[in-house]
Design a protein around this ligand. Sequence first.
Ligand SMILES: Cc1cc2nc3c(=O)[nH]c(=O)nc-3n(C[C@H](O)[C@H](O)[C@H](O)COP(=O)(O)O)c2cc1C
Ligand code: SF4
Length: 461
Amino acid sequence: MRDDTDRLLPATPVTSLEQHLEAGGGTGLERARSLTPDEVTAEVDAAGLRGRGGAGFPTATKWRGVRETAEHAGGRLSIVANAAEGEPGTYKDRTLIEQQPYAFLEGICIALHASGADAAHIGIKASFTRPLERLQHALDEIVAAGWFGADRIAIVPGPDLYLFGEETGMLEVIEGKLPMPRLVRPFEAGLNATTATPNPTIVNNVETFSHVARILANGADWFREAGTEASPGTMVFTVVGDVPNPGVYELALGTPLRVLLEDIAGATDIKAVYSGVSNAVILEEHLDTPLCFDAMSDAGVGMGSGGFIVYNRDRSILDVLSVLVNFLSVESCGQCNACKLGNGAMAETLANLQAGLGSRTDLESLLRRAATVTDQNRCYLPVGSQLLVGSTVAAFEDELIETVEAGTRTPADLPTPLIVDIDEDEGIVHYHDRYHLRQVDWSYADEDPTAERLEAIRRTD
Ligand SMILES: Cc1cc2nc3c(=O)[nH]c(=O)nc-3n(C[C@H](O)[C@H](O)[C@H](O)COP(=O)(O)O)c2cc1C
Ligand code: SF4
């Protein structure tokens, strides 16, 4: 039976390989090595593990698909572990790496065995200095201990860009380029692919690999003791925003969202909640939805990577929408016109409305832009903008019309919810403090260009 000690997040951080082994670590890899690659994949399949990086895609299906491509089309199969953690409102991957890097690495070693891949790369932001140090230390230890596959794992520090976390953007960075998403998915064409050698690549999230280690150690039935039939196991969630207890919490999938947000994080008076920036707004009416992939998507919202940003009733919804759309506008890479121009136009409209400029027709133009922002999209980023804008304008139409028609200026004081650190003892979240200076070409301005422009407009009012 599972108990609290069976969680991914340990009660106290595991800081040495010795501690990991004392707590039963290493047995997942040992068991995997006693099985054939197909048997390991079958165990992950039986556990029903679904990816924790955002889409909830079944992990074993991905692994099998990559092997099939390699068998039919050829090339060298490889693995990428996605530790970019660029989704606003999410902090669980860094927490897992800092508190239990060995389970993550063990999961990668198991995947190397199950897939027959040549090598594994871990893509992680260079700015995540503490997790990077912990990870390098743990990797050095398992290499020294002679763990299977450990000497074929490379850590690749990457840029502070949202698209570094998009799986094909990450492949580009590992190849030494900017994270410009590709048209073809990694399971079809992976690292250093050519037409003759597609090199299919498995990309999985930090938490996904960490669960793999526990599944092999304890078995699929054990994993299924928590969670629901279609979303088994636990998941590590993040809650930030207007809550007294922001933090990272591991819960069984299927737990009602209300338990996480209200009972645990202490939210009251919830107005709007966003699970990152790729899903529709979550409202009071959704709070009793079980936290599992299908129930959340059936409710029309979505769980993403389990990072929730809570806004209470004191907040202006215009400010909320503006700060989230600005993030997507800045992070869009510009390979697809409708995405870069559409997100830019929406961000500008929202900034003007925050300054009390504009009219009701601007809300209509926002909706028109949201409808076309995904045209010919290479990646999922603008789908997020479409869902965010469409659902938020629909849910808060009255408030938005009232604010816009009255020409009310909003406080415009919300930080972009990119988490740098969470002090759970003090209940304080530190956000990226220079994001307001970030420009659409991914450089940083010396001064906030929007503020300057809006101030000039205000002076001429
Ligand atoms: C714009 C964008 C950003 C993303 N950022 C991340 C990220 O930071 N971390 C992550 O694990 N997945 C991220 N993803 C999802 C990955 O593309 C990919 O689906 C995931 O790493 C697969 O892992 P999983 O199957 O274990 O969930 C992002 C996707 C998009 C479209
Ligand atoms: S959809 Fe947007 S973010 Fe994605 S590749 Fe195209 S321009 Fe870049």
